[in-house]
Design a protein around this ligand. Structure first.
Ligand code: BG6
Length: 476
């Protein structure tokens, strides 16, 4: 017995990393549009440096993406050729509400998604819609301070309502916020939040996190009311933390680190603040403004499933010397794991860690799980036809799918599906580069925005097609 018969194989992207068409269809400007490639990107992502207007001489890759706005039909046809059962994509908030606080949505923006969704349905591909993948209209940041402000809950609910109503009967699977825990690490990147000099950052981040959690519960309520068949999930930047040694101090530190992330899913799934979080908030000397009505929303409207991204595990220690051995990773601190190899960007490769993470989350919640991101960012070297022999990518995915299969068949984890990150090359969220490629499909575009945008199949294209056709049996 392998994966369930209706296992959802596919791929995942985000509007801000692939759509482009920033000045078309009445679209407004978002936080992600204002993140240039280069040395300013990280301080902007963390909210240290303000980026509220475009600067001359900087290149802003999310404005252009890979031009999927115009090429989605061609791209979806390629996904269909691989046999995708599901395609995860996100809505560009500013296509629907260019400023975020309008009363009525932008019909042209909705028409774009009508057509994209119909294209998927034509091939029997299930849409999996992320309502906000790090997306926030910049007007909302400027005028209201973004998610610091409770008004955002209603703006988000309005967006969600429009989408649930419009796509009733067409879209069944929804995610509210991509990697909601990212708000603690890269608040501007994740949620359009920037800081002033004397701000109490913990206060702002936890209040914003609370506001997003309430907005998610409210959207879940609305989504279920509009269509009880909707399956609405949360999304965590996943990957468990290992202790560097078996010193109980290290083991406990790793446990505490994991809880900082599970804080979010504990609330999404159980509907209340866990005791450890209340104590931590008290220790930080901050107070979250919460109303009884909000607490009831959290309690009454929990998620249907838990989804997460998985690129790697993390390692921590209590030894200051060991802690110096930092590795670059997906926004959350980790030290180097001496047992693992790393990608060119220092992301450590740990397939068994996926089985471990799946089990940890399933043990904790007993809810259906969905892996909605997993992949290997690498430098590809195409031949003159754009063909790439990406055996390294195949190896990464094969080893992770094997572990995922063991989690299902040997451990009994209830897994709904698997969408690889970036089935087509797209702009990197972290660095803004195109040269960090994840796709089965090569896109001729470089880090400065030069290229023909031509799509071509890599070696992994046929490999993944075979994996899907065999429902994960044939991984060779
Ligand atoms: C996740 C995000 O953090 O990781 C994606 O949800 C992102 O948006 C992915 O692209 C990979 O990160 P990067 O920095 O390699 O693009």
């Amino acid at each position: 017995m392998g994966f369930r018969k209706d296992f959802l194989w596919g791929g995942a992207t985000a509007a801000n990393q692939c759509e482009g068409g920033y000045n078309e269809g009445g679209r407004g400007i978002s936080n992600k549009d204002l993140m240039p490639i280069g040395p300013d990107r990280n301080p902007i992502a963390t909210g240290e440096k303000k980026s509220l207007d475009f600067e001359k001489d900087l290149y802003y890759p999310s404005l252009y993406g890979i031009d999927m706005y115009h090429r989605y039909k061609e791209d979806i046809a390629l996904f269909a050729e691989m046999g995708f059962k599901v395609y995860r994509f996100s809505i560009s908030w500013t296509r629907i509400f260019p400023n975020g606080d309008e009363d009525t949505p932008n019909e042209e923006g909705l028409k774009f998604y009508d057509s994209l969704i119909d294209e998927l349905l034509k091939y029997d591909i299930n849409p999996l819609v992320t309502i906000s993948h790090f997306d926030c209209p910049i007007h909302l940041s400027k005028k209201y301070g973004s998610w610091k402000n409770k008004k955002m809950i209603d703006f988000f609910a309005k967006l969600a309502t429009v989408l649930f109503e419009r796509y009733k009967g067409k879209v069944k699977y929804w995610l509210t916020f991509n990697e909601i825990n990212m708000i603690l690490h890269r608040p501007f990147n994740a949620a359009g939040i920037f800081f002033e000099e004397n701000d109490n950052r913990d206060q702002i981040k936890y209040q914003a996190a609370h506001n997003e959690l309430v907005a998610s519960a409210l959207a879940t309520k609305i989504g279920h009311e509009i269509d009880p068949d909707n399956k609405i999930g949360c999304m965590l930047l996943g990957g468990s933390t290992y202790p560097y040694t078996c010193n109980p101090e290290d083991v406990f530190e790793a446990y505490l680190d994991d809880r900082k992330n599970y804080f979010f899913t504990d609330i999404h799934v159980r509907g209340e603040y866990p005791a450890y979080a209340l104590k931590e908030i008290e220790r930080l000397g901050i107070e979250i403004e919460k109303t009884d009505e909000e607490m009831k929303l959290l309690k009454d409207h929990t998620v249907d499933f838990v989804s997460f991204s998985y690129y790697s595990t993390r390692v921590t220690s209590t030894d200051p010397e060991v802690l110096k051995n930092k590795t670059s990773d997906n926004a959350i601190f980790s030290i180097k794991n001496p047992y693992l190899k790393s990608s060119e960007w220092g992301w450590q490769v740990d397939p068994l860690g996926l089985r471990y993470t799946l089990n940890q989350i399933y043990d904790r919640y007993q809810k259906p799980l969905f892996i909605v991101e997993n992949g290997y960012g690498a430098i590809d070297k195409p031949d003159e036809n754009g063909y790439v022999e990406d055996d390294y990518r195949i190896d990464y995915l094969r080893s992770h799918i094997k572990e995922m299969r063991d989690a299902v068949t040997l451990d009994g984890v209830d897994l709904l599906g698997y969408t690889t990150w970036g089935p087509i090359d797209l702009v990197s969220a972290g660095t803004g580069q195109m040269s960090k490629r994840y796709g089965f499909i090569y896109v001729d575009l470089d880090d400065e925005g030069n290229g023909t945008l031509k799509r071509s199949k890599k070696k992994s294209f046929d490999w993944y097609k075979k994996v899907i056709a065999s429902n994960g049996e044939d991984l060779d």
